[in-house]
Design a protein around this ligand. Sequence first.
Ligand code: FO1
Length: 318
Amino acid sequence: MSRARCVALSGGVGGAKLALGLSKAMTSEELLVIANTGDDFDHLGLRICPDIDTVSYTLGDLANLELGWGRRDETWSFMETLKGLGGEDWFNLGDRDLALHVERTRRLQAGESLSDITADIGERFGITSSIAPMSDDDVRTIVDTSDGPLAFQHYFVRERCEPKVTGFRFAGASDARPSQAFRAAFEATSPGMVVICPSNPFISIDPILALPGVRRMLEASNAPVIAVSPIVGGKAIKGPTAKMMDELGIEPTSSAIAQHYAGLIDGLVLDNADAAEADAVREFVPDVLVTNTVMKSLDDRVSLAREVIAFSQQVSEK
Ligand code: FO1
């Protein structure tokens, strides 16, 4: 790929939406999306990489927008048949989606790296931006709950995020190396900007930041680091971010997001609904942009991306 002008750190749905906007608001080849792999797991003998797949399906215009994960125009014969056989049916794998897991698992077992497989699948989907896993080494998010520790997908899908969260751990992170594409984007010269997408900071972004050297790489770079708050008016747009914050004793506000990323980011983008928090946010982050961050349509995604790009230029010219 050409040199990354923008490196976007992303989890699933919210991150993928902004990544799509960014790919359309700039020369798409200049965007590198780094996907969280802490949610990955082995299930039914297959390697499942939910965030890589949500980003790839979204940028490839193949995403199932109703579910927020998996593929569009999906059929469920495999799951129905598996259920009839008494198999494990708590994690839904659509027939079309299944083909990706089968092929990725075969290629991993044949010795290919997750980075190479992800890049190749992206090309096959016609995606001109680059998508890379945060690492080719296994990192697995463990959710500590009042019911004991749970593997991420057991907590998230099987237990429907019901157990009370007490903390998170990223098993394997301290020995994992950031992927080659991730490191290369910061070698020699800095990228133009780093965007922390409006993904869950605890389960989608923190695993990326937990990799050895990543914080240092971001801090040492000249690139402005801009985060988009996933909290709007005290709620998460999608998913359990606000519930988790509540359980961790953190108020679900954009100021708390600012505090979470304090020292790492140069600017935070807040929704109009949280305009009154701008001054509180400035206590933790030098620059603040207040705008519409709710991405319902493609136009919303592209306009938010344009604003984030303009804001990052403003921040870097200071
Ligand atoms: N999320 C669910 O809530 N239920 C599912 O059955 C489910 C299946 C699934 C299959 C493939 C895939 O890539 C993602 C899937 N997800 C499902 C989403 C996923 O578990 C989470 O949304 C992410 O890990 C959080 O970013």
